[in-house]
Write a protein that binds this ligand. Structure first.
Ligand SMILES: *Cc1c(COP(=O)(O)O)cnc(C)c1O
Length: 463
């Protein structure tokens, strides 16, 4: 399988190169040249298989000969051994034909572990073979940083520096980043906000001397390897609910559009997905896009579901590429408009195709809190605010009650204890593997919001 850029101007790459590169040189995102197909018979044979074996069969056509079969199986096994549930991503029933897909049984309690744990192992294997080491630098508002740290800690060929805004992440999130003791992990508390962290990261990628010297790499959610890993749980959950013999719908709490795009990929591969429902919080650019065809940025308003407080949904570009007949020029034009004017308008044809695949809805802060309360009362489940956004929209967009509706539970409630306790009256306890989080020693490195100060610090730590 070869990978092409959504803007049509960057070199065509193998899976391994696309994974290690991240962003394409023309500013686009890598996508597979074609969608591998799984027949109804192929899907039927997934019934009863382990999560790991399903992962192998679903991802194999995408990775080509990057890893041998035995090596790839071992990578998958190592990745998911860190999960605290034998099913890895179990489903629980919350209504007559309503289900939650629990994606928060990984080490940092958010769905980002599902992809990050896998690409940690894939990076390690690929870098060992190439005899290379790299420096991963990331900026985080909370969940991505801790997932990356857990995935790469203790690996030989990788050093990880995560910049987070000092004083602006939750205590659970901060401790997840500052308590791992492995020497290749560096959590940097930047004196600034999240936008400052992201701006310094960009500056670093544009400082070519530094970039080449430390072999800078990125693992943010536009990395194709992360999207691919997320395709798997659409298959495992749909098969356990009766696919390929019946259709399944999914509602996905959405920010950067990575998670729901993985559902779209599963459908393109042949999984009988009925509806894909985009659920946003008050930062609802994607909902407005589906409703009106106008994709217009407004400011970000902080919410109780902070991991979805996003206005630039990077992975949406991958979908645009498909609905514009894979024409890189058309995508480039839209992205230029977004950059220059803060908005673009979809063609009628493209909007029609989007609406064939996706429904959408939004949840206000009050609706999100009310959904946490109601879900606790009616099902006994304590859900996180992101999941609550999904449940609110799923209930409202639910058409045909005969089709199972699966809402993705993207984080554990204990990651957002304040909002959850306020809405449900119950304090969500950390799971046993994290019960001592508040007793573990922290290593905090404060750094100024200044490129050369940050680069100097990274150079010192690497030497
Ligand atoms: C990252 C995140 C999301 C949004 O996922 P996208 O792939 O960016 O759409 C939703 N919920 C939680 C808890 C997250 O950490």
């Amino acid at each position: 399988m070869r990978y092409i850029s959504t803007r049509g101007q960057a070199p065509v790459l193998s899976f391994e190169e696309a994974m290690l590169t991240g962003l394409a040189r023309d500013g686009g995102l890598y996508v597979p040249e074609s969608w591998p197909q799984m027949s109804a018979d192929d899907i039927a044979t997934l019934a009863g298989l382990s999560y790991e074996e399903t992962a192998f069969r679903v991802m194999k056509p995408f990775i080509g000969d990057t890893f041998g079969d035995d090596e790839f199986r071992a990578i998958i096994d190592r990745a998911y051994a860190s999960f605290h549930h034998v099913a890895r991503c179990p489903i629980v029933q919350t209504g007559p034909n309503d289900f939650l897909l629990e994606l928060h049984h990984g080490p940092t309690l958010a769905f980002k572990d599902v992809a990050m744990q896998l690409i940690g192992q894939m990076f390690e294997a690929a870098l060992k073979r190439r005899g290379e080491s790299i420096t991963i630098v990331g900026a985080t508002s909370g969940d991505t940083g801790s997932a990356a740290i857990e995935a790469f800690k203790g690996l030989d060929n990788v050093n990880v520096f995560i910049m987070y805004p000092h004083g602006r992440v939750s205590e659970v999130q901060r401790r997840q980043m500052t308590t791992p003791s492995e020497s290749n992990i560096h959590a940097l508390a930047v004196d600034g906000d999240f936008d400052d962290c992201q701006a310094r990261l960009k500056d670093m990628f544009n400082d070519f001397t530094f970039r080449d010297e430390v072999k800078l790499a990125g693992v943010n959610s536009i990395n194709w390897g992360r999207v691919l890993a997320q395709v798997v749980y659409y298959f495992t959950s749909a098969v356990s609910l009766g696919a390929p013999h019946r259709k399944i719908s999914f509602t996905v709490p959405t920010g950067n559009f990575g998670d729901i795009f993985a559902g779209y990929v599963a459908k393109r591969m042949g999984l009988p997905v009925d509806r894909l429902v985009i659920a946003t919080n008050q930062n609802d650019i994607l909902h407005r896009t589906i409703a009106s065809g106008d994709h217009a940025k407004t400011g970000v308003t902080p919410s109780i579901s902070p991991s979805m407080d996003i206005q630039v949904s990077s992975n949406f570009e991958r979908l645009l590429f498909d609905v514009y007949d894979r024409e890189g020029d058309a995508v480039t034009q839209l992205m230029d408009d977004l950059k220059d004017k803060g908005a673009f308008t979809l063609s009628q044809g493209a909007l029609g195709r989007l609406r064939e695949e996706f429904d959408s809805g939004r949840a206000s802060e009050e609706e999100t809190a009310a959904t946490i309360t109601r879900t606790a009362q009616t099902t006994g489940q304590i859900v996180c605010p992101h999941t609550a956004v999904g449940l609110k929209v799923a209930a409202e967009q639910r058409g045909d009650k005969a089709t199972p509706m699966v809402t993705l539970a993207t984080a554990h409630a204990a990651k957002f204890p304040d909002a959850v306790e306020k809405a449900s009256g119950q304090h969500p306890a950390l799971p046993p593997h994290m019960a001592d989080l508040f007793d573990r020693p922290e290593r905090i490195t404060r750094v100024a919001n200044d490129l050369s100060a940050i680069e100097t610090l990274i150079r010192e730590r690497l030497s």
